[in-house]
Design a protein around this ligand. Structure first.
Ligand SMILES: Nc1ncnc2c1ncn2[C@@H]1O[C@H](COP(=O)(O)OP(=O)(O)OP(=O)(O)O)[C@@H](O)[C@H]1O
Length: 227
């Protein structure tokens, strides 16, 4: 098997440390993701799934433990370097798409590429190609408000993948879609995982979707365990 792309080792996170309301959310999480692998993360509400995804995606720092991306330890790097690694290597998809309303679908996918140093022409070409992959190329010029929920979420996936990240972190990405649309969006995600070697960690309450991924882990009591 190829080398891991994401390794979380003994990750701990405490909120309100030392206060009466101290919450020990993560108590030594170990989780490894390999290229081309989709892993479902299931967790009861409040178990710390968002906390874990934020730490894995370098949006937040653990209180203890180690985060490695492509073999490099990242939590000791400067803020600026962590931001650069996040932009290049990590894509996020949320339950609600968070697309920029005043920009078209294509522009929403172009902008993160410009922020990552790409030129206009290359960024537009890639945006169109991604939109084609998920079957909505003809909607490229529409603003989010003119798109259906499923189309918006497919644009959100394209945006997350704009900079060809090696890791995709998704938090209930199909949670607000009807079953048929959810199925289509999820199928597009799995195609990308299979075709590009993307590693995906997908938090979901949907056990049917979880069963279609390579494995499922459960976050419970501050630890990640096989489901
Ligand atoms: N910034 C914060 N300060 C204090 N407590 C926090 C903070 N963020 C999260 N928490 C608490 O940590 C626990 C885990 O929160 P988190 O959002 O990671 O859970 P979750 O599993 O994503 O929940 P849900 O599925 O309901 O979104 C919760 O008890 C939450 O109230």
């Amino acid at each position: 098997m190829s080398d891991p792309i994401l390794e979380l080792s003994r990750i701990e996170k405490v909120y309100n440390r030392g206060e009466p309301g101290e919450i020990r959310v993560l108590r030594g999480v170990d989780l490894t993701l390999h290229p081309g692998e989709a892993v479902a993360l299931v967790a009861p509400s409040g178990a710390g799934k968002s906390t874990l995804l934020h730490i894995a995606g370098l949006l937040d720092l653990p209180d203890a433990g180690e985060v490695r991306i492509g073999g490099d330890t990242v939590q000791d790097q400067s803020d600026r370097r962590r931001t650069a690694i996040r932009r290049a290597d990590v894509g996020f998809v949320y339950q609600f798409h968070h697309l920029l309303p005043e920009f078209s679908a294509e522009e929403n996918i172009v902008l993160p590429q410009l922020a990552n140093g790409a030129g206009q022409g290359a960024a537009r070409t890639r945006a169109r190609s991604l939109l084609e992959t998920v079957g909505i190329a003809e909607r490229a010029g529409h603003r989010p408000a003119a798109l259906s929920g499923g189309e918006q979420q497919r644009v959100a996936f394209c945006r997350a993948l704009a900079n060809a990240p090696r890791i995709l972190l998704a938090d209930e990405p199909t949670g607000n879609l009807d079953p048929e649309t959810s199925d289509r969006v999820f199928a597009a995600l799995m195609d990308l995982v299979r075709q590009t070697g993307l590693a995906a960690l997908v938090a979901t309450h949907n056990m049917e979707l979880a069963a279609r991924m390579d494995r499922t882990v459960r976050l419970d009591g501050g630890l990640v365990v096989p489901a």
